[in-house]
Design a protein around this ligand. Structure first.
Ligand SMILES: C[S@@+](CC[C@H](N)C(=O)[O-])C[C@H]1O[C@@H](n2cnc3c(N)ncnc32)[C@H](O)[C@@H]1O
Length: 394
């Protein structure tokens, strides 16, 4: 029996494998609903009073706050479970992908019908990808061990869908129409909704998605802007092979290219819209300003760049800022915490965008599957998961 959310490239799980994935998704929801919330109570009732008694003051830095929390057995227990859940998640996904791999490689060799695929075997994969298996995904995004390998792409597609359900989720799960369900879980739709609301005059003819991976967020642009030429770039070949076959299977026209977003091959002023979804927390702090400078260069005047990524810590209290950094230290996300403490407005200004065009928003998923966009505040904010940020070239 095929799984309901499958498209042509999605690796298919056996009954037992699906049960294991559902178990992990269920455990994750349980942890989020019942266990993690107690961490704040442990902080205020136990950890901070103990710290203050020892030091005569409250913790003064993020690191001090985290070290004080890490010493508590409750924190150690939930943290160990969370890390194990992540490893179990990828173990289960990799079993599913392994048994389908030969077939997936075969299926990925589709003709360039609607879109295209351009790989550059000489493009160096940046060290920030080879040095660590980001979010514990074995082999990261780029590893290839056989000709035409799509393992990493299949891992990311199957893994990100299941991983995202408990987080992105209730609104995604509420849709009984399975295609809508997949769509709502894709960050591309969130950003498209925001762009539609913020720039009703923008009629993009050429769109570029940076760090597109398997095109989960790219394909929605092809659906929303059918007259536009859509490009997706990524450094990782196994993602792009899979992305191309996935898009062709979905009937979407997308042109995928293996490129580094820090130094794009495109001409100056060649795009109306440049977007990214989850790119910046997985690229280095040095690469970030270079990528935003490239966004400015390849945009035409009047063009818009807009990005959605992990929520910045601005507006969060000390506890939430510490809690939100967990993945940096225990989930192999080395740039997660750095991005939280980055000022996107400064970076966009340095890239050349006029201050008055810069915008930021918090997307808040609603039960009916729509998204509300709240202004980013400097205090009193809550963890909502992501921030949208970008600007217009004038
Ligand atoms: C979290 S994934 C985002 C995937 C996709 N945008 C989505 O929403 O499903 C981050 C992607 O950015 C890519 N990436 C990181 N740094 C890059 C760079 N400098 N140039 C191009 N791609 C990059 C990674 O290879 C990875 O596929």
């Amino acid at each position: 029996m095929r799984e309901p959310y499958a498209h042509t490239m999605m690796p298919q799980a056996s009954c037992d494998e699906r049960a294991r994935q559902n178990f992990i998704a269920g455990l994750k929801m349980h942890m989020e609903d019942r266990v993690y919330p107690a961490d704040r109570t442990v902080s205020t009732k136990r950890v901070l009073p103990r710290f203050t008694a020892q030091h005569g003051r409250a913790p003064q830095s993020r690191a001090e706050f985290r070290h004080a929390m890490e010493a508590d057995p409750f924190v150690q227990a939930w943290s160990a479970i969370a890390r194990n859940m992540q490893e179990m998640h990828w173990d289960t996904v990799s079993e599913i992908v392994w048994h389908d791999l030969d077939g997936l490689i075969e299926k990925s060799r589709v003709p360039q019908a609607k879109g295209s695929l351009h790989l550059d075997p000489n493009l160096p994969v940046p060290r920030y990808h080879t040095a660590v298996d980001i979010h514990c995904m074995p082999g990261g995004y780029h590893t290839e061990i056989t000709n035409g390998d799509v393992f990493a792409g299949a891992m990311f597609d199957r893994g990100a869908y299941y991983y995202g359900l408990p987080i992105r989720g209730s609104s995604a799960l509420k849709h009984t129409d399975t295609r809508k369900r997949m769509q709502r879980a894709a960050p591309g739709y969130t950003l498209i909704d925001f762009i539609d609301q913020t720039y009703p005059d923008l009629k993009p003819r050429r769109i570029l998605d940076l760090g597109c991976a398997i095109g989960g967020a790219t394909v929605p642009y092809a659906e929303r802007f059918p007259a536009a030429k859509i490009f997706g770039i990524d450094v990782a070949a196994p993602q792009l092979r899979y992305a191309h076959a996935r898009a062709e299977g979905l009937g979407a026209s997308v042109h995928y290219r293996q490129e580094n977003a820090e130094a794009l091959s495109f001409d100056d002023g060649s795009f109306d819209l440049v977007v990214s979804h989850g790119l910046f927390h997985e690229t280095s702090a040095k690469a970030t300003p270079r990528i935003l400078a490239e966004c400015y260069r390849v945009l035409r005047k009047g063009g818009v760049t807009m990005h959605v990524d992990t929520q910045f810590a601005r507006g969060l209290d000390d506890y939430d800022a510490y809690y939100w950094d967990w993945d940096t230290h225990y989930n192999a996300e080395p740039f997660w915490g750095t991005l939280h403490h980055t000022d996107a407005r400064d970076l966009l200004r340095h890239a050349g965008f006029p201050a008055k065009t810069i915008c930021e928003a918090w997307p808040i998923g609603q039960a009916d599957g729509t998204t509300r966009f709240d202004p980013v505040t400097d205090n009193g904010g809550k963890i909502v998961g992501s921030t949208i940020f970008g600007a217009r070239k004038t």
